[in-house]
Write a protein that binds this ligand. Sequence first.
Ligand code: PMP
Length: 286
Amino acid sequence: MEYGFFNGQFIPLESASVNLEDRGYQFGDGIYEVTRVYNGKCFALDRHLARCRRSMRELRIPITYMDEELTAIHYDLIAKSGIKDGTIYFQFTRGTAKRTHAFPDQVIPNLSMTIHESTPNRQWQEHGMECLLFEDLRWLRCDIKSLNLLGSVLAKQAAHDKGLQGAIQFRKDTNLITEGSSSNFFIVKDGLIWTHPTDHLILKGVTRSILFEEIIPQLGYTVVEKAFTPEFALSAEEAFVTSTSLEVTPVIAIDGHTIGNGTPGKITQSLLESYRKLIQKECYQA
Ligand code: PMP
């Protein structure tokens, strides 16, 4: 049986229901996180919890659970479900109240959490993804992991309509690439790793932070945190995306143009290898 957690209780997913006046449901007024479970252990959970708090602070949603409690609920869900390798989704909405745009008085945030079995897509990691370039239609606070995901949904669907695995978004006003539909985007050009800086136009990915803080310095690569155009990206030697679900996945073509020689690049592969080693260390050897 699949279990979920809602406001203090573990419940079978099939009997869970959303109040019609939950503000997440009516306004997308809430935030979420996706965390990964390897070998029954949470990977990089502290980083996700820190970002969750930041998103809540930015939207002025009161914090009603301590990190220790959220961690305990993660492990209870893992134990109840028996899932060893999967993803956990959790969200806080501002709460349930009669519909009105401004924040209602005395509303209590709703927390829900679900777990599903899944493993990273090894096929894509080995052979690379082909992506579509798509206009970034999102709002101007992409640094907040809010429930409003229509821009990403439309980008991903446009890619699927063309038989492609992912979408790389660019802002039409500046002609600059921001990020993937649900991932951060990187290129390797003249041996340097380029990616968009962490401002209001992208989400500061946990995977991106792990690469920057724990992997890239050890491997001795240089990062350029600067936005670039689609044309610049097409002339790159390598491209890749990062996310909790994709880990580090090569991108071998964009809009039908081959990147480099059309196979996963050496630097990309070394980053994935180091990332996997880190997972091994944290979740299999501890
Ligand atoms: N950007 C966007 C828009 C995303 O949705 C995600 C996935 N949550 C990421 C980047 C990657 O973030 P993370 O590495 O924390 O999964």
